[in-house]
Design a protein around this ligand. Structure first.
Ligand code: ADP
Length: 570
């Protein structure tokens, strides 16, 4: 039988669609499948991104922050620009007006009582001389306009300004920039100022350009401030992102390591279930769930291992049991073929001994078949609401002849009234027959065997007691094991093979009942089978009646779902 290691009979592993032999690495089981997207080296632009959750979270934080800050900066600078424009316009208009009024004063002063502008639209030359004097230019540009200034004197008729042929003056700003101000290269709308001068009214048009303003400084200060705030926020966000990520990644790492441990066969691996170590409730739940899953995996694997060991032992026991009668028969056969075959007495003796071995083989085969059917769940109970008294009585009757042959007193005590419980009469009969058969087998001549049926809260109780050899305390918990035979089995000339009680146990458990045993060496044994009223609906366990006498008690019991659950007490 091929055995061991696991994977010995596994089909060759080939990845779908791939031709050729699959390569497998030797050594311990792989610690987990590789996730294509997670563990493979990413290609192209994805290579530039961090691969850890922590890195990604931090990058995401920074990206969101950078976007927010850029939007804020654009918004603030825009608003600030609008505000400055507005201010600038008002300021320039006010200054233009100041310049115009000053020009009017100078012009009026220079022309004395003659008109500043003649009827044919020419400015008085004295006015021109006055306005083009450098002191006047400094006053106009550097002090009043604080900008390059253009002054035109002319007429304004029907919405059309017509400058005088010599009425265009310009003065450039020469004074240095006041603190915090820079030149801004803009030109204001022309401001026109009417003067009702002597004799001829005229208009002064003032246009200012390239003034000193606070705009550039203010914008630079604002953007600098925003940049500092941005850097500060970025530093905060990097550390916050890292801290937050580590709160998530530490638990994830812990779970990953525990999963890897489990995958590598460390089934006892668990994650700590202390909520303080996990931070958020979701992780606490995940940890608890993980541990529950690991518990179940461990339990299942242990059950599978136990079953595997049991099957292996069972198989070894079966072959051992088969070998004994076969070996005996082979010996008889060889002896018969030799000289002993000619001796009629020896021949008869060997043939009889062979018949006994054959019977034993047949019995063994039947019991094995029965057990394997019970194990595999192929046996469906034929449950009927019959009187249990009849079932028990019939089984005891069949043992009557054997008891008489052994010189035993076999008696059955049944309740007066019918005791209807739902059971499989054939199988329960088999239980009683096995127990009574054992009692007869292990009770010396002159002893007694008592079978008693009584109603209980649970359903019914069948007690099979004997005054036989009893069972050793150390053996008691093992007698329901397959092929287990007590040390006194041979002494009592028992011909069994240790399957009888295993069959009893299986049938009782299928009925949702329990079987208990109490025994005292050289005083006798008592087996108590408790059967429920209806196996399909077992909601109470049989009352825990104390063991009779001072014997040791072994109990096998089953749960309501008829699962095999053997527990021993004592
Ligand atoms: P067997 O076919 O050997 O009787 P069982 O499974 O019926 O197998 O019993 C297992 C062992 O339990 C026996 O070998 C014997 O040691 C012990 N046993 C069972 N019934 C009794 C009894 N009534 N008195 C003493 N020992 C018993």
């Amino acid at each position: 039988m091929a055995e061991g290691g696991g994977g010995a009979s596994a089909p060759p592993s080939t990845s779908s669609g791939e031709a050729g032999p699959a390569t497998r690495t030797a050594g311990p089981a792989p610690s987990g499948r590789t996730l294509r997207s997670g563990l493979e080296r990413p290609r192209g632009i994805r290579r530039l991104f961090p691969h850890t959750f922590q890195g990604r979270l931090t990058i995401a934080f920074i990206a969101i922050l950078a976007l927010t800050l850029s939007l804020i900066t654009v918004g603030v600078v825009n608003r600030l620009g609008d505000y400055f424009d507005q201010q600038q316009r008002e300021d320039l208009t006010a200054r233009s007006l100041g310049v115009a009024q000053y020009v009017a004063l100078v012009a009026e002063g220079a022309s004395n009582i003659s008109p500043v502008l003649s009827a044919d639209n020419v400015v008085d030359p004295r006015v021109v001389v006055q306005l083009t004097r450098s002191t006047q230019e400094r006053i106009l540009a550097d002090q009043l306009a604080k900008a390059d200034v253009r002054i035109r004197i002319g007429t304004f008729i029907d919405g059309v300004f017509t400058p005088a042929s010599n009425g265009d003056f310009e003065a450039g700003l020469e004074v240095g920039a006041p603190v915090g101000q820079t030149r801004e290269f803009i030109t204001s709308d022309p401001t026109r100022y009417p003067v009702n001068g002597t004799l001829v009214p005229y208009w002064i048009e003032v246009t200012l350009s390239n003034p000193y303003t606070y705009r550039a400084t203010a914008l630079a200060t604002t953007t600098g401030l925003l940049a500092v705030i941005g850097l500060l926020a970025m530093a905060i966000s990097i550390s916050a992102g890292a801290a937050m990520a580590s709160r998530i990644t530490i638990p994830l790492r812990r779970l990953t390591e525990a999963s890897r441990g489990l995958a590598e066969g460390d089934l006892a691996r668990r994650v700590p279930d202390d909520p303080d170590q996990w931070g958020s409730r979701e992780f606490v739940e995940l940890a608890l769930q993980f541990n529950t899953m690991a518990d179940q995996v461990q339990e299942s694997v242990e059950i599978i291992r136990r079953d595997r060991d049991r099957s292996r032992d069972f198989l070894a026991d079966v072959s051992h049991e088969l070998r004994t009668p076969i070996a005996a028969m082979r010996t008889f056969n060889e002896l018969l073929r030799e000289r002993a075959g000619e001796d009629p007495t020896a021949r008869a003796e060997f043939l009889e001994a062979s018949a006994v071995q054959l019977e034993r083989l047949d019995w063994l085969a039947q019991n094995l078949l029965e057990l394997s059917k019970l194990d595999s769940g192929l046996v469906l109970l034929d449950l009927r609401p019959d009187d249990i008294r009849a079932t028990v009585e019939q089984a005891v009757e069949q043992a009557d002849a054997a008891a008489r042959r052994r010189g035993l007193d076999l008696a059955v005590s049944l309740p007066e009234h019918p005791l209807r419980i739902r059971h499989d009469p054939v199988r329960v009969g088999q239980v009683v027959a096995n127990l009574v058969g054992n009692a007869i087998k292990f009770t010396p001549r002159g002893g007694r065997v008592r079978v008693e049926v009584a109603p209980t809260d649970f359903g019914v109780q069948i007690v099979v007691g004997d005054s036989g050899v009893g069972i050793d305390a150390e053996e008691l918990p093992r007698i329901f094991e397959r092929f287990y035979r007590g040390t006194r089995a041979n002494e009592a000339r028992g011909s069994g093979s240790g399957l009888g009680l295993a069959i009893v146990q299986s049938i009782v458990e299928m009925h949702g009942g329990t079987v208990r045993v109490s025994s005292r060496l050289n005083a006798g044994s008592t087996f108590t089978v408790a059967l429920p009223r209806d196996p399909r609906n077992v909601d109470v366990r049989p009352a825990d009646d104390p063991a009779e006498g001072v014997g040791i008690v072994a109990e096998t019991s089953s749960t309501t779902d008829l699962k095999v659950n053997t527990e021993t007490a004592g």
